[in-house]
Design a protein around this ligand. Sequence first.
Ligand code: PMV
Length: 328
Amino acid sequence: MTADGWFTASAPGKFVVLGEHAVVYGKPALVLAVDRRMTCSVRPADRPAINGEYVDISKQPHLDHLTRGSGRTLEFLTRSMIPVGSGMGSSAALSAAVAKAIHAMKGEACTEKQLVEEAYAAELAAQGSGSPMDASACVHGRGIAVNIPGSGDELWTISRGDRTWRVSDIDVPDMTFVIGNTGIRAPTGPQVDKVRRFVTRNRFGADILDEIESVTLEGHSAIAKRDRELLGRLMTSNHKLLSILGVSCKELNRLVNASLPYSYGAKLTGSGGGGCMVALTDEPEKVCEAIIDHGGVPYVVQTGVEGARMETGQSEDPEIRIPIRCRS
Ligand code: PMV
C-alpha cells in the first residue's frame, strides 16, 4: 500500500498464437503473454471514481462486477500499454490486475486459479459469453495451452455449462512476433455471437472449428520442436479459417498480407472484426515497415513475461480515459 492508501497490481496483455473463437466451444488454443501491461490501483472511497473523476460504476461492467465482489465502494487508477478493444486482452488484464489489488487491499491471500475465476466472471458480466482463455493468460503470464493433452504442467480447470477448459503452462518459444494494430476497435461479444450464428446455421461451421482444432494441435507440436516454418504456415491457415468464420476484415487482411513476404506466417489475434494481427518473423523491422505502409501501428513484443503481480506504485504508462470500454 502506498502512503495515500492505494493498492496497485498489474497484468500483461496477450496474443493468441492459434485457436481463438474455437476455444469458446472447448477446442484447444495457444496463447502468449506480452510485455505490454495494464496497471491498476484501488482504494476504498466514498464515491466510485476512475482516474480522479466520479463515475457511474454500473456503466463499467468489469469494474462494477469486481467492486460488488469486494463489498466496498472503490476508486481506481488505471494505466495501460495494451491497446483497448484490440484482441490483446485489455479487459482480462484490467480484471486480473483489479482482482489482485482488491485481494491485497482486503489483506487476503489468493491463488492464481481464484484470480482467473474472478477475472473470467468479470469478463462474462461484461460480454456475456466466452472462454477463460484470456483471463488465464493474463493471470499466469508466460504461455498457456488450453485443452491440449500432454502439454506442460496443468494449472487449472474451469467449467461452465457443458464446456471444460483445462489450462496448462507451456515453454515459451524463443521466437519473434510483431503485432499490427488496425486501430479499429471491435467489441468481443458481437464477434463471439457472429461465430455462434455461423456455426449453428452453416452445416460446415462445425468442420471449420474442427480444422482450427487440428491446426492448433499441430501448432503445439511445432512450438515444441521450435519449427518456425511450420508454426507460421499454421498461423496463416488459422487466419484463413477465421476469415471463413467471418471475423476478419479488410484492414486485418491488408496487414496480414503485407506482413507475409517477411514472415513465416501471420493471422488476426483475438476476436477480430478489427483490432490486431500477429506475424511470426525473423525480420521484425521489415514487418513493422510493411504494417506502417499499410495503415497499421506495429509493436515488436517480448514474450515470457510475468503474470498478474503486485506493484509498489503506479506506472508512468498512459492513463486509460473514461469511459473504459475494454474488451479483451
Ligand atoms: O479479442 P479478445 O482479446 O477479447 O479475445 C477473444 C478471444 C475469443 O476466443 C474470441 C473469445 C474467448 O472468450 O475466448
